[in-house]
Design a protein around this ligand. Structure first.
Ligand code: MN
Length: 297
């Protein structure tokens, strides 16, 4: 372990401000921070897609808002709820409610059909929904792994205070300080949910050779010396170097995503992300012919 003064800072490759909201189904208004097409895909590997649902107020309803059953293959979906409550159900037997501070880590693997709605309780009362969904790639050798579901409750996620009351870090996956995140992953990943107070600085070093993204969900922050970045935005850092220094301009809610890059082709089509066009054709055919299993009823 090198000391902080010997750490080379990771270089800032890209700063991307989120576009306006779009709706996923009729219940998830999100800003898309990045996807699996276009420039920067390799620099973000193994992270494929990130939607951030900034706070949005829903009135009470008896309707089921969200997105009805749909398939996935070839990666994992990670849903983080900050406020409100979602309900999930899939045809591999996974399901449950995801409330404030909870995380759902779902492995689509070789194929899953699932639905993502507001929970009945949240729909009935109404309130503020704030959430994020991250897609994490699977290595080629694991893309057809059986589907899986990890319900991770807030109580299972270690919270580490930053020095001098600057904020805190929740360790969802990987390690931070002495704490280890509960998520089981197929490739080495760090996922930290960071809250940093205005004017304060956090050192969040990540391994040499790992892709590293600092997502400013809300508030504003400077990352490795950039100008202040106002959320929702994502800063992509180099694999080279280790140092990640974040200074909050205003109270900031951040996600730090870091991982060993998966150096394999990324070919995606809608809810399928594979390594070749033929595998996409196979996924569509397999879904249409029922090889993802029974749909939900
Ligand atoms: Mn989905």
């Amino acid at each position: 372990m090198t000391t902080a003064t010997q750490t080379t800072a990771k270089r800032v490759l890209d700063i991307r401000n989120a576009p306006g909201r779009h709706w996923v189904g009729d219940g998830l208004p999100v800003h898309n921070l990045f996807g699996y097409n276009g420039p920067g895909v390799a620099a973000r590997s193994p992270f494929l897609m990130l939607d951030y649902g900034a706070p949005y107020d829903f009135g009470p309803t008896t309707k089921q808002l969200g997105v009805g059953q749909h398939p996935h293959r070839g990666f994992e979906t990670v849903t983080v709820v900050y406020s409100g409550e979602l309900a999930h159900r899939d045809n591999a037997g996974g399901g449950g409610t995801i409330g404030p501070g909870d995380v759902q880590w779902m492995t689509a693997g070789g194929g899953i059909i699932h639905e993502e709605f507001h929970s009945p309780g949240f729909a009935k009362s109404g309130g503020t929904l704030e959430m994020a969904q991250l897609w994490v790639n699977l290595p080629a050798k694991d893309k057809m792994t059986p589907a899986g579901y990890q319900p991770i409750t807030a109580a299972q996620i270690p919270v580490v205070d930053l020095p001098d009351g600057a904020g805190h870090v929740r360790v969802i996956a990987g390690a931070w300080d002495e704490a280890k995140g509960p998520a089981r992953t197929f490739s080495p990943i760090t996922m930290l949910d960071v809250v940093l107070s205005a004017g304060r600085t956090a050192e969040l070093p990540q391994p040499e050779g790992w892709s590293t993204l600092v997502v400013v969900a809300s508030g504003s922050a400077s990352v490795n010396g950039t100008e202040s970045v106002t959320g929702p935005a994502v800063v992509t850092l180099s694999t080279a170097g280790q140092g990640v220094t974040v200074q909050a301009g205003s109270d900031a809610k951040l996600l730090l995503l870091s991982g060993e890059p998966i150096d394999e082709p990324v070919v995606g089509y809608g809810p399928f992300v594979m390594n070749s066009q033929q595998q996409i054709v196979d996924a569509i055919n397999d879904f249409n012919s029922g090889r993802f299993g029974q749909g939900l009823n």
